[in-house]
Each structure stands twice: as structure tokens, then as C-alpha cells.
Design a binder for this molecule. Structure first.
Ligand code: ADP
Ligand code: MG
Length: 685
């Protein structure tokens, strides 16, 4: 068995588990091993009931006091059990777990683990996990990995498979030299892999994670450096002039451009007319008005007789852009002939689109990355704009180059990054910053609350809906069981429908839905046929529904602040007063304080850096700041230091051996080739 072996050959992995793994994109043992835990659970020694504080996850060693009490509410079976440990009592509640009635005998001692809540003077725990003393003893004082699961797959099953894979696969060759490891203070690759799944302690875990983060950034930056030859100093094959079309468009726009927008538009215009091909990044906070800038560039392209493409990360966004732009085209931009090209279109529709693109009948193609792949032949592709897709990847550029196309490239990103990091991440791009929000914006009102506030929040949402507005509610997971104790989109939607008046239309959206369904829901929301949209963070990027005024985030403590800031950017996009309600399940002081940072600033990077200051390194596991850069394990905010280190390491390495030809670099080269062939992880490469 080696890393290329299919997972089904592991003991205990049958056809059923194989299918579940497949859902998580795990096919081979290597995939399994790089399926890193999303966080770690620390099973601490049990505490006494009198010391168990509200909002804390803890284990209690207690005896069942009295006979369990059963009741039924519609389909729900509820079992209440009192426990006691001499210091106090607690009431446990179990749902649909009838069988426990027999297990939990009066006087029996168990360990119960869950989140402590209070109801009046009574301490309660819902759905705690039950362990025997022996079982629990085996878990204590270890960091137990928790994986992102899918329905039907247990954490236990993943753990077992990983453990087995680690023990039966022969170790892989270390691809950095000893000297290199020492210089950059890195743990060996094999040790890191073992430790990231089954760490002995926090210190080891931090080390392991750093090594893996380093590797990921290193490979990413390496590919990017290679890419430079595709982008530096390419002559402008599509020189353009400004025409009356853009001027007229600006006159017809219902608002004047902000000063920042004007400046950036000037930079783009200059690029398009200059002797060198444009390669520019527009960075601007959510709502700063980047779309108009893209549209201006695309309009100029069309007016010069060329074609442009606008690429979005999701079909939902692409469709939304298509609709906005079609309106402009039908209104004041007759020269623009937009067309939509997305994966969920039928073969016939696609074929028709290909035809129009090849003939030049369509001069603006809007879609997902499918629009620069394979079958699509352009007549004269002069500009590619990517929205919210930070890195227009190496692959995509290579694909274009292979077709003999060297279009101008414009990348738009809402991820706020300080200049030093931007230069590393976007080394090959010129950077424009839209550092000003349109003047008609009212600042968003934020509040950070605990779960007791939910009822009020729902009332508030109802009031806004009655006033004609719409709301988002964000939950951290898609379906039950991925991680316990967290709200999930599907069940939450049901609950919410029960809580709000029946005429309020509630729907849900998540990343695992079929693209066509996602589009439909988003379109309905944009058309105001849905009042409240329950969603995962898929709506984080780019969605523009100015009529939405409430953003409620459940389990807000699970999100990085920078990510919450991005979510907040989905409201406050029109002239209406907008509100964010961050609901935290943890009531402790630090969590609340941390979330309060969102009240202090509107600057995404400031927010992320404050978040970092308040948390320790061990605190960061499982928290992602950047939804945009989808690295597998690294995070540009949390791991900014590692990013700098990897960048310096590449500089030093390539200085001595620019093509990695030395014998001592063979293993590294092989590794990088391997990564680049499988680099689906970087969403955009
Ligand atoms: P983002 O930078 O997040 O992509 P958008 O381009 O989606 O922002 O713009 C957000 C909203 O602001 C849109 O409804 C857009 O029409 C509007 N908008 C853009 N520029 C201006 C401006 N200068 N004045 C007023 N509203 C603007
Ligand atoms: Mg946008």
C-alpha cells in the first residue's frame, strides 16, 4: 500500500464509506492524509456540577438520580434525566433517544459531556455525549482531531482510517534539505503529517501545522514565480482608445463615481492604451463599487471591437453579473452584447453560446472559469476580468497562452491585505486600491448577543420584512452532524419557518446544492420572492442585493472576524439602514470582547489583525479568516508570518538554482511538480 492506493483498500472502509469519502473529495490514501482536522477537541478532566459554568463545554462525573422522565411532542421524543454528583444537580435532555431510558439506570455513574446552559436556576445540558469512566479515561488530556464530516460519516471512522493509513504507508522522502529545514525552523514532513492528525500536545501541533502551512505557501508562491514569465512585459496585443461609449455610460449612471473609482478607472484606461499588456488587481472593500469599474473596462474593450470575459467564482455571481450588465446593455450601452456561459446550461445552450463567441456576435462573455476552458474559442479575446477571485491562476493563464491568447487581465478582490502581503501574493500584478465607499452609505449597526436574544432578533427580522426589506441568516454548517453543537442550514430553516409568520418566505442556500438550484434561489432572493435566506458562507463573496438590510450570524464565535466582516458587507449596500446581529453561543467574556472589535472598525485588515492579537496560536485552529484564498490549511491573515517566510525561502532558493536543476533539489522539484499537477486546492490556480 502506498499513497496512491484507493481508500477502499484500507481495513474498515467498505463501499459505503468509500462513497462518503468521495463526497469529501477523498479518493486515495494521499487525499485522506491531507484531509486535515478542522479543529481539535480537548477532553479535560471532569469538573464538578457546581463548577460547571454556563456556555462552557465540560465533562461531569455524576450519577443518574431518579427515573428518567419521558414525553412526546409531536414527532419528538424527549427524555429528561436528572443527575447529581454531591456538589449539585443538573437536568439532561435527550431528543429521540428512547433507548437511553434503559441504559441510564438510577444510581449508575457516567461521564456526561456537553455544553452547560442555564434555565432560571437550573443547570441543563442538551444531548450530552455519554461515556463510561474507562472510555473517557482514554480520551483525556489528548487533542482529539475533529474532521469536517458529511452525513453518515463519523469522526471515529475518519480517525481510524487516518490512523491506519499513517501506520501502513511507507514514509515519503523529505523534499527539503536538512540545512533548509534548520534555516527555516521546520519540522520534518512525515512528523508533521503524523502530528497534525494526532498531536501529542499543543506545541507539537503548532509546529506541525506551521510546516504544512509553509509547504502550501511555498508551492503556491513557486508556481506564481514561474508564472511571471507569462505576465511580465508582454506587449499589448490589443491597444485601445477611449470612445464616447464609456463617457455616455458614465453620464447615464444614476450616481457619480467616487474619487477613488475615478482614479482607478484612469489607471485601467491608461493600461489598456499602453505598450504593455495590462495585469492589474483592483482591491476594494466590499461595497466600494468595483463592478462598475469592470464594466467600464469591458465596455471600452467592446467599443474597440474586441471581446471581453468576466469570470466569477460561482454561477450565482456570474448570473447576477449577467443580469445587471444586460440591463445596462439594453439601456445605454448598445455596443455591449453580453452572453452567459455557465456549467448548468444545457448542451444545446452551450453550443449556441460557443457559436456566438467564435463568430464575435457576443462581445462580452460572463461565466465561471468554464469560459476560458477547452471548447471555448474566441474571435478576439482582449480582456479577462475575474471578480472576487483574487488570483487569476497560473493554470488559467497558461491555458490562455496555449491558445495563443494574451489578453489584458483585471483581477478584482475584496480581501483587504496590507501592501507588504499583497506584493507577495500578487507579485506579478499592479495594484489599484478603491479606498472609499460611495457617499450614500449609512454605517451598519452591529450588535453582539447571546442565544437568549434570538426571539428578539426574529421579531426584528419580521419587522424589517414587513417594511419591505430582506434578511440573511448565516449558519456554520450545511447539515446535521458535520460538527456537533453547531447550527445547520437545513434544520435551522425549518425552525425559522416555525418561528416567523407563515407568510414570510424562508429559503436556504448552501455550497453543496446543485448549481442550478443555487442560481434559482439567489435569483428568487434578488427578485424579492424570498424574504429570509438561510445560508452558509457561500453568500460571502460578491452577492449584491441592496434591499437586504439584516445579516444575522449564528455561532458567530466560530468565524474569524475578517470573515464576519465580509459577511457584514452583504448588507448596507443600498440607501437603507442595515443591521448585523452576531449571535454567540459562547457567553464568556473573551468571545464577546473579540466580537466587539467588529464595532470598532470597518477596515477588514485592522479587524483581522486585532483578532490575531486577542487569540493565542492554539486558538486559531478551526478559524478561518479569509474565505477568498482557499488554501487547504494556511490562512493569509493568521499565517501572514509564514507567508513571508516562504516567500523569503523561495527568493533564496531560486537565487542559487533558478531552475531547480541541482541534484540536491531533485526531490523538491518532484514534489512541486506533483503539487502543481494536483493543485485543485487553490481555488483559482
Ligand atoms: P463591490 O466592490 O463589493 O463589488 P459593487 O460593485 O457590487 O461593490 O457595488 C455595490 C453597490 O454600490 C451596487 O449596488 C452599485 O450599484 C453601487 N455603487 C457603485 N458605485 C457607486 C457610487 N459611486 N455611488 C453610489 N453607489 C454606487
Ligand atoms: Mg463585487
Amino acid at each position: 500500500m502506498d499513497r496512491n492506493t484507493p481508500v477502499i483498500e484500507l481495513k474498515g472502509v467498505g463501499e459505503k464509506t468509500r462513497k462518503l469519502f468521495e463526497k469529501l473529495n477523498i479518493f486515495t490514501v494521499a487525499d485522506l492524509l491531507s484531509f486535515y482536522p478542522r479543529d481539535y477537541e480537548n477532553f479535560r478532566e471532569p469538573v464538578s456540577i457546581s463548577h460547571a459554568g454556563a456556555g462552557e463545554v465540560c465533562a461531569l462525573r455524576a450519577a443518574v438520580a431518579g427515573i428518567p422522565n419521558e414525553k412526546r411532542v409531536r414527532n419528538l421524543h424527549i427524555l429528561n434525566v436528572n443527575i447529581s454528583d454531591g456538589t449539585g444537580n443538573m437536568q439532561l435532555t435527550f431528543f429521540n433517544m428512547q433507548f437511553l431510558k434503559k441504559t441510564l439506570k438510577k444510581g449508575g455513574y457516567y461521564i456526561f459531556r456537553g455544553t452547560v446552559q442555564t434555565r432560571g436556576n437550573i443547570k441543563i445540558m442538551e444531548q450530552p455525549k455519554i461515556y463510561t469512566m474507562e472510555e473517557y479515561g482514554k480520551l483525556t488530556d489528548r487533542l482529539n482531531p475533529r474532521y469536517s464530516l458529511t452525513k453518515g460519516l463519523t469522526n471515529q471512522a475518519v480517525q481510524k482510517a487516518v490512523k491506519q493509513a499513517l501506520s501502513v504507508c511507507p514514509p515519503e522522502e523529505e523534499f527539503y534539505g536538512k540545512e533548509f529545514l534548520r534555516t527555516y525552523g521546520l519540522m520534518g514532513a512525515e512528523d508533521a503529517l503524523h502530528a497534525v492528525h494526532f498531536p501529542e500536545d499543543m506545541e507539537q501541533l503548532v509546529q506541525a501545522r506551521q510546516r504544512l502551512v509553509f509547504d502550501e505557501f511555498f508551492a503556491f508562491l513557486f508556481l506564481m514565480r514561474q508564472n511571471k514569465e507569462f505576465t511580465e512585459g508582454i506587449e499589448n496585443c490589443f491597444p485601445m482608445f477611449e470612445t464616447a461609449d464609456t463617457v455616455r455610460f458614465l453620464e447615464q449612471l444614476p450616481f457619480p463615481l467616487t474619487r477613488a473609482q475615478k482614479r482607478v478607472w484612469g489607471e485601467i484606461r491608461d493600461d489598456l492604451g499602453s505598450p504593455c499588456c495590462m495585469n492589474r488587481l483592483i482591491q476594494g472593500d466590499v461595497g466600494s463599487g468595483k463592478t462598475v469599474l469592470a464594466l467600464l473596462a469591458l465596455l471600452m474593450t467592446a467599443a474597440n471591437g474586441y471581446q471581453g470575459a468576466l469570470m466569477a467564482p460561482t454561477e450565482v455571481l456570474a448570473t447576477q453579473h449577467f443580469e445587471t450588465i444586460s440591463e445596462y446593455a439594453n439601456g445605454g450601452c448598445p455596443v455591449l452584447k453580453p452572453i452567459l456561459l455557465v456549467g448548468s446550461m444545457t448542451a444545446k445552450e452551450k453550443k449556441e453560446a460557443y457559436g456566438k463567441i467564435a463568430s464575435g456576435e457576443a462581445n462580452l462573455v460572463i461565466g465561471t472559469h468554464a469560459l476560458i476552458q477547452g471548447k471555448v474559442q474566441y474571435k478576439s479575446l482582449a480582456l479577462v476580468v475575474t471578480d472576487e477571485q483574487h488570483r487569476f491562476g497560473v493554470r488559467q493563464r497558461e491555458q490562455l497562452a496555449e491558445k495563443g491568447e494574451k489578453p489584458h487581465i483585471l483581477v478584482m478582490s475584496a480581501t483587504p491585505i496590507p501592501r507588504t502581503l499583497a506584493i507577495i501574493l500578487y507579485g506579478d500584478l499592479h495594484i489599484s486600491v478603491v479606498d472609499e465607499l460611495p457617499a450614500n452609505r449609512l454605517p451598519i449597526k452591529n450588535c453582539v448577543v447571546n442565544t437568549a436574544y434570538r426571539a428578539k432578533a426574529y421579531e426584528f427580522i419580521e419587522k424589517e420584512v414587513r417594511a419591505g426589506r430582506q434578511a440573511y441568516v448565516i449558519c456554520p454548517q450545511v447539515e446535521e452532524g458535520e460538527l456537533d453543537d453547531l447550527e445547520n442550514v437545513v434544520d435551522y430553516t425549518e425552525k425559522l419557518r416555525g418561528r416567523l409568520s407563515p407568510d414570510i418566505r424562508v429559503a436556504y442556500l448552501h455550497g453543496k446544492m446543485r448549481p442550478g438550484d443555487k442560481n434559482r434561489i439567489m435569483e428568487e432572493f434578488a427578485a424579492k420572492e424570498i424574504d429570509v435566506l438561510v445560508s452558509t458562507t457561500v453568500i460571502e463573496v460578491g452577492i449584491n442585493v441592496p434591499n437586504a438590510t439584516v445579516m444575522m450570524v449564528e455561532n458567530a464565535e466560530r468565524f474569524g472576524l475578517a470573515q464576519l466582516h465580509q459577511l457584514r458587507g452583504r448588507v448596507g449596500r443600498g440607501g437603507y439602514q442595515s443591521y448585523c446581529i452576531f449571535v454567540s453561543t459562547k457567553e464568556n467574556k473573551e468571545t464577546m470582547e473579540r466580537l466587539q472589535i467588529l464595532n470598532q472598525s470597518n477596515d477588514g485588515f485592522y479587524i483581522a489583525s486585532q483578532d490575531l492579537k486577542l487569540r493565542g496560536p492554539g486558538d486559531l485552529f478551526g478559524i478561518r479568516q479569509s474565505g477568498e484564498f482557499s488554501f487547504r490549511i494556511g490562512d493569509i491573515y493568521n499565517d501572514a508570518g509564514m507567508l513571508q517566510k516562504a516567500s523569503a525561502a523561495i527568493d533564496a532558493l531560486l537565487l542559487g538554482d533558478p531552475r531547480l536543476e541541482l541534484q540536491e533539489h531533485m526531490a523538491l522539484r518532484k514534489h512541486l511538480e506533483n503539487v502543481s499537477a494536483n493543485s485543485v486546492d487553490f481555488r483559482s490556480i
